[in-house]
Design a protein around this ligand. Structure first.
Ligand code: SF4
Length: 265
């Protein structure tokens, strides 16, 4: 039963025993952007290198810390929650270091990482409680279709729609650009949950927040069905227009001449 797959957090996509494809939104968006990423997603999920997995680790810790702060707030324990936030972040990072055991950061790097996680999560949580009354965090929603199952986990559902928390090293100016993959992720949420979806950015560069509405994408489901057709017929291609911002670009250059291994375990 596909519920077994959903409980395995590391699986971003797979083929279910009933023949349907299972996608987590982040993996779906990566594959829609460039189907060739199929070669790297499973390997990345299996990596034990901490520094190479840093964006994933940082994102996970920040999201966990925001959820924790908002849950404490809902129980009227906002001050108590903030008081032990350092401890919470320490615990989360320790868990990640038990998973990613190679290439661990030195003490100075780790302290800066904790500070980044703390500042980002506090800013996200403060903005959220100040601007929204209805706060539902990290709710998992399963969309079932004939040929695929989609797992959606928006960071926040409010009375004004979905809000996803994102961090950036760039400064947040008025013409701040929303990347294609973030906009597509929001379009998937909007399409299947029939709500507006916005992105709340926090900048490590200046400590500011910016709420932005991404552009629209048409034909969300048609794009997914086209991807499934490519997967089924072993017709994956490299979308080289997406290379400049691709998480896997260094690895992909090294492996550019390898043939596709389409087998999905
Ligand atoms: S580097 Fe380019 S071709 Fe390679 S996976 Fe990324 S987007 Fe696709």
């Amino acid at each position: 039963m596909y519920i077994d797959y959903l409980s395995q957090d590391s699986i971003g996509f797979t083929k279910l025993p009933d023949g349907r494809y299972f996608f987590r939104t982040s993996s779906l968006v990566a594959l829609l952007q460039c189907p060739y990423k199929i070669n790297f997603i499973a390997k990345q999920n299996n990596s034990d290198d901490f520094m190479k997995s840093l964006p994933l680790v940082k994102g996970k810790v920040i999201h966990a810390a925001v959820s924790y702060l908002l849950e404490m707030y809902k129980y009227g324990l906002a001050k108590e929650g903030a008081a032990i936030l350092d401890k919470f972040i320490d615990n989360q990072l320790n868990k990640e270091m038990q998973k990613y055991t190679k290439n661990l950061p030195d003490t100075d790097f780790l302290e800066n990482l904790k500070l980044d996680c703390k500042n980002a999560s506090l800013n996200f949580a403060r903005y959220t409680v100040k601007n929204y009354n209805s706060i539902i965090t990290e709710k998992t929603i399963i969309i079932e279709k004939d040929s695929f199952v989609l797992k959606l986990t928006p960071d926040l559902i409010t009375e004004h729609g979905i809000v996803d928390y994102k961090t950036t090293k760039k400064q947040l100016t008025s013409n701040f650009y929303i990347s294609y993959d973030y906009a597509l992720q929001m379009a998937v949420y909007s399409h299947y949950l029939q709500m507006d979806a916005q992105l709340l950015f926090y900048s490590f560069a200046d400590g500011k927040l910016l709420l932005k509405k991404p552009g629209k994408f048409n034909n969300v489901e048609e794009r997914i069905l086209r991807l499934i057709d490519l997967l089924e017929n072993n017709k994956l291609y490299k979308n080289q227009y997406a290379c400049s911002t691709c998480f896997y670009k260094n690895k992909c250059t090294l492996e550019a001449d390898t043939t596709f291994d389409m087998k999905i375990e």
